[in-house]
Design a protein around this ligand. Structure first.
Ligand SMILES: [Zn+2]
Length: 235
């Protein structure tokens, strides 16, 4: 059973390498869920603007992209992950903007799915969240799901580190808040490497104004594209 699972993983990996890469870009919030509010713009607007740019740039490089939303609509966290799992996607990148109680924080940080998230919530979500595997014994499919989640976690950590490096190169070292491991709800149940990037603080008097500027949005989009492209080259 273990040997069979190993063989199936090897063949699944070989198939994935031959297939064109697909990235799911998730603009955080939307519709009735505005997210963080800034003086210049709201989080749901910033995330969609960035997601549109990232998507256009990735497609121009021949990478297939699916967005979880392309307009101002409300989506549950479960619906967003389901889009990525159904494909299944090679990477899942959720874009967010930050806010702080005293409006005095600034900088960018990236979250990866934590081990605790996999053990507790990954299993809880398994019922409707597993990777579609036609013609695979359901018992073996469960083993494959676990193996893939384990590998996906390391790859997510890589992608998160690349994202922070790419943002640091464009936004400056002072804003680097690092890679975080906290279980972030949107990432729970993902079967592929999944990260959530908080590109900056939308409610900070200076950074909020910067985030509303097209030049800054282009910097941020370029950083995400670079990280995603580099990560896909490694997969
Ligand atoms: Zn958010």
């Amino acid at each position: 059973m273990v040997k069979l699972a190993t063989l199936l993983v090897a063949s699944a990996v070989a198939t994935a390498q031959a297939a064109p890469r697909t990235v799911v870009i998730d603009p955080g919030h939307g519709g009735s869920n505005t997210g963080a509010k800034g003086a210049q713009l709201n989080e749901k607007q910033l995330t969609l603007a960035l997601a549109n740019q990232v998507t256009a740039k990735l497609r121009a490089r021949g990478i297939a992209v699916v967005m979880t939303r392309t307009d101002d609509r409300t989506l549950t966290l479960r619906q967003r992950i389901a889009v990525a799992n159904r494909l299944p996607a090679d990477l899942f990148v959720s874009i967010h903007g930050n806010a702080s109680p005293a409006r005095n924080q600034r900088g960018y940080e990236t979250f990866v799915l934590s081990a605790r998230g996999v053990d507790v919530d990954g299993r809880a979500l398994r019922g409707d969240m597993r990777t579609p595997r036609p013609n695979v014994d359901p018992e073996i499919a469960l083993v494959l799901d676990d193996v893939e989640r384990g590998a996906a976690q390391w790859e997510a950590a890589d992608l998160a580190a690349r994202t922070q490096r790419a943002l640091r190169a464009r936004r400056g070292e002072a804003g680097d808040r690092g890679v975080r491991q906290d279980a972030h709800h949107v990432l729970l149940g993902a079967t592929m490497p999944a990260i959530l990037v908080e590109v900056g603080f939308i409610d900070h008097p200076l950074e909020g104004r910067e985030l509303a500027q097209p030049a800054t949005q282009t910097q941020l989009a370029d950083a995400l594209v670079e990280a995603i492209e580099d990560q896909l080259a490694e997969l």
